[in-house]
Design a protein. Structure first.
Length: 214
């Protein structure tokens, strides 16, 4: 059986000296392997490994009961809550709120499913919540006070996260084994640029799973 991790190195283009800044940013990108499976027996979830194959994030409480209650928790490798994702009730269109930590009081970001047929490539839009302006600088999403759009096809593990300047700051892409064999839809790569916080990027993926997952 092919190994799910570690990841292959992030590809870096070096064809021109004019691309120096872009090359440096790509070299600093974090490449993670995401597995749509919990480490706990008989429990749905996500398991995320870093580029060296070490456990990075976990979603172990993502089950049918937690999904129906509209609350999902992203944890680090030791079980510490990093981000809480909750579905917003009584909203026009499907919207999920992202909170730092487990005290879901003031949302940092909101992820809204795109319902416009004129922008069919857009899966969702991520905006900073108005209540996050007073958040502490220790929050894991503090470096990301921007709006984002997520475009592509989540079901095919091919989508890109753009910031408010249309710069690609994150990407979901297919994962292949060393022999070039695709590992299936349940395993994919999440590549995050330094401009985007990794827990926030994973929170976006969790929201997409709720909107577009099977």
């Amino acid at each position: 059986m092919a190994k799910i991790h570690p990841n292959n190195p992030v590809s870096v283009a070096t064809s021109s000296d004019d691309d120096g800044d872009r090359t440096a940013a790509a070299a600093a990108a974090a490449a993670m392997t995401v597995w749509r499976k919990s480490l706990l027996f008989n429990c749905k979830g996500f398991t995320v490994y870093d580029g060296t194959g070490n456990l990075l994030f976990r979603v172990d409480n993502y089950s049918s009961s937690s999904s129906s209650s509209g609350e999902i928790v992203l944890m680090d490798a030791y079980g510490k809550c990093l981000v809480t994702i909750k579905r917003k009730r009584l909203s026009i269109g499907e919207k999920w709120l992202i909170y730092s930590g487990e005290e879901a009081i003031k949302p940092e970001f909101s992820v809204k499913k795109n319902m416009s047929f004129h922008q069919s490539k857009v899966l969702a839009r991520v905006t900073t919540s108005s209540s996050s302006s007073s958040s502490s600088s220790s929050n894991p999403t503090d470096r990301c006070r921007h709006s984002y759009s997520i475009e592509g096809s989540y079901s095919h593990n091919q989508c890109t996260i753009y910031d408010d300047r249309r710069r690609p700051v994150g990407e979901v892409e297919r994962k292949e084994a060393a022999a070039g064999i695709a590992l299936g839809c349940d395993v994919f790569r999440l590549v995050v640029q330094p401009e985007l916080d990794a827990p926030l990027a994973m929170a976006m993926v969790i929201a997409l799973e709720q909107m577009y997952g099977s």
